[in-house]
Design a protein around this ligand. Sequence first.
Ligand SMILES: NC(=O)c1ccc[n+]([C@@H]2O[C@H](COP(=O)([O-])OP(=O)(O)OC[C@H]3O[C@@H](n4cnc5c(N)ncnc54)[C@H](O)[C@@H]3O)[C@@H](O)[C@H]2O)c1
Length: 333
Amino acid sequence: MIERDIKEIIRNLGDISFEDKTVLVTGGAGFLGSWLCEVLVRQNAKVICLDNLASGLESNVSHLMHEENFKFVKHDISQPILFDEKIDVVMHLASRASPLEFDKFPIQIIKANTLGTWIALGIAKKHRARFLFTSTSEVYGDAEVIPTPETYNGNVNPIGVRGCYDEAKRAGEATCMAYMRQHDLDVRIARIFNTYGPRMRADGVYGRVVPRFIKQALNNEPLTIFGDGKQTRSFCYVTDQIEGLLRLTWFEEGKGEVVNVGNPIEVSVIKLAETIKKITNSDSPLEFHPLPADDPKRRCPDIMRAKKILKWEPKVEFENGLKKTIDWFKSLL
Ligand SMILES: NC(=O)c1ccc[n+]([C@@H]2O[C@H](COP(=O)([O-])OP(=O)(O)OC[C@H]3O[C@@H](n4cnc5c(N)ncnc54)[C@H](O)[C@@H]3O)[C@@H](O)[C@H]2O)c1
């Protein structure tokens, strides 16, 4: 199932290929990182996957371990590391990303995005490599402008429970721009909006909303909704996201750009829950819990910049992406 999607990404990328490039992917054993590694390996790039397995799983990349052009390095990116081989591209994804992890691991999250970004930028500087930073829609906080363009500077609470993630990503972005201004490093920043698909974890603090609802629906357990469920998110299927990230890394015009990468269709959390119940044929009730502090009310990207610079927009329809993700979760049972 994933193999078919990987082929589809490569087809959609057309002439965009990283063949013979050496690409360091930090956070490469995570959800998005493992998809990137797999596309890059199939494009015959030399891939170094660096991960400390904080929230990622070795099983996400175990099928790549025997490939000659793939290497796994277990390492915490907030600690220094040197590479002898020439690196052409650094894609810095290493960071826990689930809201339930913000409570439990705030210091690790800050370190991965501040110290970790600084160390990853240092590697790129030494090798004169191109650098992609995976930032987040969370830098906008509880946005007052919807759809939110890249020019919106954000409405973030630095001392709230989400501050460890939002503010660390904002510091990461500032560090990238400082390296570009001071060292003329070729940096690109993707502000990723909620992305879902196979290889997301559904367990414990790692379970973000889509995999959590799917697991609950398949087990006929109540779907846990925070707040009244009227808050919106926009959900991007993983193949669209990976294509967007690779396009942003590839195009010359991407240098110094910050680009929203996400699906512009806004969906309420209730609608998400009901759609998942419908597809899984589940009788699960909806169970409402208090809304966590600083939870954004609406989230929807303005993707004009991505359309213009990356010649990209999401293609996978919401229900189709959910069906594929649900099929993948069923295949694990
Ligand atoms: N998936 C989304 O919807 C989304 C949205 C916005 C931003 N992002 C960003 O994209 C990146 C990847 O997210 P994901 O959804 O794949 O999450 P993930 O948790 O599945 O992957 C993150 C990976 O980083 C690794 N990691 C964490 N800290 C590390 C450290 N200090 N050193 C080395 N490795 C470390 C984890 O073990 C994991 O494999 C993150 O930076 C995240 O902030 C993702």
